[in-house]
Design a protein. Structure first.
Length: 149
């Protein structure tokens, strides 16, 4: 494993840990500003400040808890250097319940940049998170837009 691979894996380890612990401030600290989520369904969302990132993350936590999310892992599928400090990273996120059973997975690509603080994500392109989240919610009898029916 070369240096950038180790650096990316360290970044993803820390990001997965913030998701597992529902630590929105720590997760937001792993993002550069502004941060952008770009997807097919809703277009582009830009979060200009750390506070906006924290609020956005915190809004999703009650649903994740209701779905039974207890821990997050990942597989780094690929990485492509785009410049000396910018890398495109493709990840498969793995979501587990409290018994360690996999609830679902999700694929996403990130554009990360190495700065003084290390790697920070600036763009996320989720591939299938909405579809997978909807399927899990349906399986558990949860209405994504209104809680448990």
């Amino acid at each position: 494993m070369n240096s950038i691979e180790a650096e990316i894996d360290d970044y993803l380890d820390r990001y997965a840990a913030t998701l597992t612990s529902f630590d929105a401030p720590a997760a937001a600290d792993l993002w550069g500003r502004p941060g952008m989520i770009l997807n097919d369904q809703q277009g582009a969302g830009v979060l200009e400040s750390r506070e906006a990132m924290v609020r956005g993350l915190e809004q999703s936590y009650p649903l994740y808890r209701e779905l039974g999310l207890a821990s997050v892992g990942y597989e780094r599928l690929s990485h492509t250097p785009l410049s000396e400090t910018i890398v495109l990273v493709r990840v498969r996120w793995l979501f587990y319940d409290e018994d360690g059973a996999q609830l679902t997975d999700s694929f996403a690509s990130y554009i990360v940049r190495r700065g003084e603080e290390g790697l920070r994500a600036y763009v996320c392109v989720p591939e299938d998170d909405l579809e997978k989240l909807q399927a899990l919610a349906t399986e558990k009898g949860i209405d994504l837009f209104g809680g448990t029916p």
